[in-house]
Design a protein around this ligand. Sequence first.
Ligand code: GAL
Length: 802
Amino acid sequence: MQKISLVILFLVSSWSGFTQSASRTTVIFNEGWKFFLGDNHQAKDPSFDDVTWRNIKLPHDWSIEGTFSDKHPAGVGGGALPGGVGWYRKTFSVSKSVSGKKMFIAFDGVYCNSEVWLNGHYLGKRPNGYISFQYDITPFINLEKSNVITVRVDNSQQPNSRWYSGSGIYRNVYLITTKDIHVDQWGTFVQTPEVSNENALVTLSTTIKNGSKKSASVSVVTTLINAEGKQISKSTTLDDVAESGSRKIDQSFRVTKPTLWSIENPYQYQFKTELFVDRKKMDEYVTPFGVRAFSFDAAKGFSLNGVPTKIKGVCLHHDFGCLGAVFNVRAMERQLEIMKAMGVNAIRTSHNPPAPALLDLCDRMGFLVMNEAFDMWKREKNKFDYHLHWDEWHTRDLEDHILRDRNHPSVFAWSVGNEIGEQWDTTGVRITKELVSIVKRLDPTRFTVTANNEVKPTNSLIKAEALDLIGYNYNHKAYENFPKDYPGKIFIGTETTSALATRGHYDMPSDSIRRWPIAWDKLFTEGNADNTVSAYDNVSAPWGSTHEETWKLMKKNDFLSGMFIWTGFDYLGEPTPYVWPSRSSYFGVVDLAGFPKDVYYMYQSEWTNKPTLHIFPHWNWTPGKLVDVWAYYNQADEVELFLNNKSLGVKSKKEDELHVMWRIPFEAGTLKAVSKINGQVVMTKEIKTTSSPARVILTADRSEIKNGSDDLSFVTVSVVDADGNIVPYADNLVKFTLSDNIEIAGVDNGDPTSHDSFKATERKAFHGLALVVIRGKNRKGTAKLTATAEGLQSSTIDLVLK
Ligand code: GAL
């Protein structure tokens, strides 16, 4: 029996071009798919029987469901998870009301080498796993009978990535219906050539397509609407669009006393563009935008709306740890919330086009975005990576990337490549020029950059003299020579810091088992005792720096316009310098489960005005052991440390110091830090020696979630002693039971060496913490989640499904 779904399902609101009206509909096309892991070319035949295939809902990543092994061809760098070939099918019918309309199927991203058929007709292929694309399915749609869309995804040729890619249709799919005369895909472009607090000039160009067999006189009516829904101005333009042709219409608008888009107040306006022919409405298309101005100065760095602003960024890969590559708006929003609270104001989408919703979130939450296109050009980094497709696809992929993302107010720069092999090759000059000219043709308003690990002026990409900014990856020792090496040029730290840390693990100077720095090449080949690294900010790769080293330089020098830490979150794959059994990275300021490492609070103390006082490590050691206690603080001029109410002295940061430290022999009890300004207490923090684990505590980030959607609750599991202190060494196995209206989307604990499945109903704690991610199952009401662990008191929480 075929499973048929009628397509008029969920309507998408308010994103660019996603207006619902009688003339245009955009429906999320994620429900009711069938999936088969393996290869079967007969599946493209519409009559193929897929009854035995698995029912799934998109977005979907089959790799994350696999078992960890260093034998998978993706290697440990790829996350030690399987790739392979997978097929997806969806059977659907459309209502007769779409007769005479245009229909498109749009994919936000499929990893990788996707091929798509509708009713057996081949629609096309797309090798790039991060690019968005759509097909016109109008000629092949059956109005009378059911339709079958089939997608083959081929991620079998490995390795093709230096990090975990995931496999499958891992982002949203949409079905779009328009009339013959409509705004083209990504068909608008907003520019803000004049911006001040008094006045702004905003221009809009709209590409109109006429898919009919006769030319039409099209009236383009654009309304500029503010965030409160008030109409600010309106413009009407009449023009002819030839049969089967297209035309670009330019309109301009003045906004007096505009509310500018900024990091603190990410205010957005929108254009509503309506097309009419003979007074009949043909289309309605919404383009959100922000009024803001970016500028760079070789001596003073970056300014937003004329206000000097240091770029305090993080690089992010696209996976969500236990959710794999499956894009989820709430998972992304949570990551950005955690970054915002740390003081981050910019994201680099390393090293590929992101899910479009990431940019919507950055627009709305106030992040700047360096939007990156490629990790390699024609020269390979891995045997089966994108270099194989470079010649045939790079122009199209880059064009589509720019067209899709150029209206987002958050995007300030296009990076056309990361650590490109052609830096050392004369072809790099030509390719750089070519890529920059593609970008500038489609978007002359943003800055272009490449992320270079060759920072000498002999680098071909820099020698091309085409890029607006010079991006350094690492090489912090060369920062201060930049004005001499590149007189008059603009600096940006595209990738900075290469520090490693395992949350909750501390090596002391007195530990004889490990002495830092351990020879880096030795770590690569041998690992160390347990593939853990100290959470003190004192371990960095030879090419990079600790967090403090780079931030000190950035802080001191105005010409350094900003930085992007590698990375905000740990990510799957690339456990460099560790080898198996590690399977995920150690570079994040926050671990894979979303729990901050200590250095998070260094940034918080420096990058926010939020009063911060953070002391570490934990206070469970053997008596007499010499322990380094560090404190990060702000809004205070000194910190006093007490052990069992005895003062261990007052310390304050000298010169450019970013933390204070006491080296003291351990004695069980309470360690208390008190920060003060002018003798007045600002904050107090205590860490206690714990007794053994006594109970489990569940804490949901949000106890109310929307049911029947992709909303998630991220629930922290803490293993605490009888007094409620998190036990720093606790690794108890915690089991979850759930009411039948919720399910587990994933479990994790942030341990980069764990080989336990992320798709389970139990997880061991790691340094006292674990995570369980909960999703509703289409029923309103109250849900219950219980966590039990042998010998410990259990915990139950209620979640409300709205
Ligand atoms: C950089 C690279 C990143 C990541 C990082 C690990 O050179 O651009 O993608 O591999 O090194 O240290």
